[in-house]
Design a protein around this ligand. Sequence first.
Ligand SMILES: Cc1cc2nc3c(=O)[nH]c(=O)nc-3n(C[C@H](O)[C@H](O)[C@H](O)COP(=O)(O)OP(=O)(O)OC[C@H]3O[C@@H](n4cnc5c(N)ncnc54)[C@H](O)[C@@H]3O)c2cc1C
Ligand SMILES: *[C@@H]1O[C@H](CO)[C@@H](O)[C@H](O)[C@H]1NC(C)=O
Ligand SMILES: *[C@@H]1O[C@H](CO)[C@@H](O)[C@H](O)[C@H]1NC(C)=O
Ligand SMILES: CC(=O)N[C@H]1CO[C@H](CO)[C@@H](O)[C@@H]1O
Length: 604
Amino acid sequence: MPSFSLSWLLVSSLLVQRSLGVTLTDPDQLKTKTYDFVIVGAGTAGLTLASRLTEDPKVSVLVLEAGVSDQDVLPAIAPFLGPTLTPNTPFDWNFTVTPQEGLGGRSFPYPRGKLIGGSSSANYMMHQYGSTEDWDRYARITKDAGWAWKNMRQYVKKHERIVPPVDDHSTEGQLIPSNHGTDGEVAISLPGFNESIDARVFKTTQELEEFPYNEDTSGADHSLLGIGFIQSSIDRGVRSSSSTGYLAPANGRPNLTVLINAHVLKVLKTGTKAFRAVEFATSPGSAPITIQAKNEVILSAGTIGTAQILQLSGIGNKADLEALGIPVLVDLPVGDNLVDHTFLPNIFRVEGEESFDHILRDTEKTVAAVTEWATQKTGFIANNIANTFGFARIPEDLSIFKTVVDPAPGPQSPHFEYIPTNFHLKPGFPIPPTGSYFTIVTVCLNPTSYGSVKLASADPYDKPLIDPRLLTTDIDLIVMRESVKATKRFVSAPAWSDYIIEPVGTLAGNTDDEIDAHVRGLATTIFHPVGTASMAAKGNKEGVVNPDLTVKGVEGLRVVDASIFPLIPSTHTQGPVYLAAERAAVIIKEHYDNDGYAAGRDEL
Ligand SMILES: Cc1cc2nc3c(=O)[nH]c(=O)nc-3n(C[C@H](O)[C@H](O)[C@H](O)COP(=O)(O)OP(=O)(O)OC[C@H]3O[C@@H](n4cnc5c(N)ncnc54)[C@H](O)[C@@H]3O)c2cc1C
Ligand SMILES: *[C@@H]1O[C@H](CO)[C@@H](O)[C@H](O)[C@H]1NC(C)=O
Ligand SMILES: *[C@@H]1O[C@H](CO)[C@@H](O)[C@H](O)[C@H]1NC(C)=O
Ligand SMILES: CC(=O)N[C@H]1CO[C@H](CO)[C@@H](O)[C@@H]1O
């Protein structure tokens, strides 16, 4: 994104990182080709599961990861540099979307982390759990009360460890301690660097009733509505990921093996209904290697990767697979139901020189800030790219609600999000060479536009066709239109009168048509795709997995990652993915505690 994208290279020699433990780099190092569980993808969900399953020392787990190590990768460690990890780097899958009909036919990058930790090592670290209504809706759809918030709540305490912000300021009134965990695996903290705009944001909460202060933005047990401090997966100025949180403490276990540079090509049919083997290769030309799972293969390759692997294996939409000459083994709606949150940069020109643009466009200043971070873990590099965000509903009296049901999972859930950011934030584009900017990113949180992930060919190295069909329904466009109007009301508060100069470009338009053109011209993705292997109730053929995340109609194969959500949560998605993976670990352990591990599989 910003023009500081490569400056981290200049300072990576400053980095001294604690070792994250041993990961294998070459398949020749594998001691065996048979494990109790084979997990595909060392990402957010994959490492959560690997860590939980190997708590039992009798259980052996192999994790196959296509990407590289996260060790010593500076922008995967220094929080503010996170956005420079993507798009189109050695740590990204470099996907793009197909031309988006709702966005004027534009195509744009669709980043996914390709390193240990997956997208939790490459994301923007904003950490939330969704609303109670999101989880209760999953329970209704799947007819499994285990997905309701009442049950999911317990996993917050297992998952997170609230740590003090790096500046050690008092966090009283900035989060509600009883809603949080203190000895979980991933460290979560409030901002550790004051931004000049923070005071204006809070003045706005006092000046305009529409934007109330929210004293805990994690969601779930507390309403998401209002604006408050961002909680981030950051530990004393350093990114906390599934790698640092779940893998590092487990990596010494003799029965946990992680192999990087291992691109999984497909899962293999091993019995009448069983798929207890995977095939991977280290490069496009190299010979595929087969690994057997005594119990299960678990796909945690993410919303894009999991759909692609299933389809390459002959598990997918019959007509699509036949068209590519792939033998159809199981006809399931894999890849359908792709849904994502939009990212709309609403950019204003501002007074003075306090916006980050002045540092980020200046390599010397950036290097000085990174050096401060490397030596002391302080300064804005130790912090996320924004300190506050808000969540809101569109007006209930809009005429669209006469014909369209409310897309939110309930009346306490937001329709859109707004993120005030003190620089020119437009991922994939350089910061302009001059000027000071302030961006309010807005996000459609409960989209009704659904698209798909389909194979482009039968070649496992070909990038799939990713079509989230963003903003292709009236209500989604209206939510974005209302978010832009709200943004303008927000900056009309007296708190901003000596700061904001003018809206930039198409944001200047005020009619509905002008705002819609602004939305369609600039919206992209906030990187939250879900849904391509979605859960449906047992016996319901519309989904890909059962509520226990086993793939419908087959044995020995489960999916645990963001692809299982039938609808997108009303928040940033890493928290919900972690909670789902924690529950999956419990489901799997309970299953084998009852049935016994590897209870004489006849296929082996
Ligand atoms: C740039 C970016 C910014 C984001 N910002 C935020 C944020 O601020 N807050 C938030 O909550 N969420 C954010 N997200 C979303 C969040 O990170 C994801 O929803 C979540 O991490 C997904 O977890 P997952 O386990 O489904 O997939 P991932 O964490 O992506 O893991 C999938 C893993 O599988 C591997 N893999 C894929 N295919 C194969 C294959 N064929 N063989 C072997 N391995 C394979 C991948 O390399 C990866 O390691 C962001 C995402 C991105 C990309
Ligand atoms: C992504 O692009 C980068 C930069 O061009 C390149 O180094 C990397 O190999 C690419 N990765 C993939 C999976 O295409
Ligand atoms: C940031 O502001 C808070 C008050 O909101 C204050 O307690 C804290 O010391 C400040 N931190 C720094 C580094 O200035
Ligand atoms: C595959 C693997 O490493 N299995 C080991 C799991 O742990 C037991 C007991 O420590 C060993 O006996 C296995 O060899």
